[in-house]
Design a protein around this ligand. Structure first.
Ligand SMILES: Nc1ncnc2c1ncn2[C@@H]1O[C@H](COP(=O)(O)OP(=O)(O)OP(=O)(O)O)[C@@H](O)[C@H]1O
Ligand SMILES: [Mg+2]
Length: 277
């Protein structure tokens, strides 16, 4: 609702009183609405905190259990040879779980660091894509993935190039992770003149996404991977959203996945735009 309206009142008569009580009422509604917004925000922060706590608590519990086991064994003075072997396997589990925690924390920091984009006025999306590609070049070569690029001529757009690169990178990494043998990644860019938008399409012929999972892939911590944190696409979503663009994902299990991003040439609300930085 729009609670910005107040009725100007000067007279001391009945109408004036009515206006005054109307104004008091809108004030109260405004306060209530604000409080509601704050509590919604708090509720979703609370939900997020609970999920994070859970995600980090599991590996930490594992590490603690194995630490205690080793500790107890070491307290017995003599350690048998075969026990040393077991210690080694405990240590490798502890290492894996610690890595998992630190991955979660690192991705969480990326996730939290999403602020207002620091906008530049003349970003070349094809160039940003090339940068993102150079960061996964090793992986692409290693997996012998066939890369097809079809870059159209694009006008410069207003964007935060670092954030865009991060978004493109997260999408490319997902494709690499989805691809098995004989994989291919295709990237198509084009300028949609009528819409005043730049369109970027990523497609892969990887494992695809089950239909029942499709609506969850942007949720923080949704992952189907053993080592995933499920934050990659949440970050992508945040970045595209703050650029006032949109993102769509289509996928078929065993066939592949297509991600389409559309970015406007200019973002509205120029108050946060720091052009030419
Ligand atoms: N190109 C893709 N092909 C198949 N599945 C995908 C693809 N992209 C995303 N997904 C699915 O969406 C899920 C969420 O992706 P997201 O990038 O957010 O997290 P993640 O890759 O699992 O972990 P992280 O990116 O944090 O390492 C993935 O676990 C996977 O199930
Ligand atoms: Mg990912």
């Amino acid at each position: 609702g729009d609670f910005e309206h107040t009725i100007p009142f000067r007279s001391r008569d009945e109408l004036g009183q009515l206006a005054e009580s109307f104004n008091k009422m809108t004030q109260r509604l405004k306060r209530a609405q604000y409080q509601l917004l704050q509590s919604e925000k708090l509720a979703s922060i609370g939900k997020l905190a609970a999920t994070i706590a859970h995600e980090i608590n599991n590996p930490l519990n594992g590490i603690l259990t194995y630490t205690k086991l080793i500790e107890r064994k070491l307290a017995q003075d003599s350690v048998k040879r075969e026990e040393l072997e077991r210690f080694r396997s405990y240590l490798s589990i502890m290492e894996r779980e610690t890595e998992r925690c630190s991955n979660i924390v690192r991705n969480l920091l990326d996730f939290a660091r999403q602020r207002e984009p620091s906008l530049k006025s003349d970003v070349d999306v094809n160039g940003v894509l090339e940068e993102a590609l150079s960061l996964v070049a090793n992986q692409i070569a290693l997996q012998e993935i066939q890369l097809e690029k079809s870059f159209g001529k694009l006008p410069p757009i207003m964007a935060d190039p670092m954030q865009l690169r991060q978004a493109f990178l997260n999408i490319l990494i997902n494709s690499c992770e989805a691809i098995q043998d004989g994989g291919r990644i295709r990237i198509v860019t084009e300028y949609l003149e009528g819409e005043g938008m730049v369109r970027v399409e990523f497609s892969d012929n990887g494992v695809g996404i089950e239909e029942e999972d499709l609506h969850k892939i942007f949720d923080p911590f949704f992952t189907t991977k053993e080592k995933g944190t499920g934050l990659g696409l949440s970050v992508v979503y945040g970045i595209i959203n703050s650029h006032q663009g949109n993102i769509e994902v289509k996928s078929k299990p065993k066939e592949g996945t297509t991600v389409v991003i559309k970015l406007p040439l200019r973002t509205k609300n120029q108050t946060s735009a720091q052009e030419g930085r």
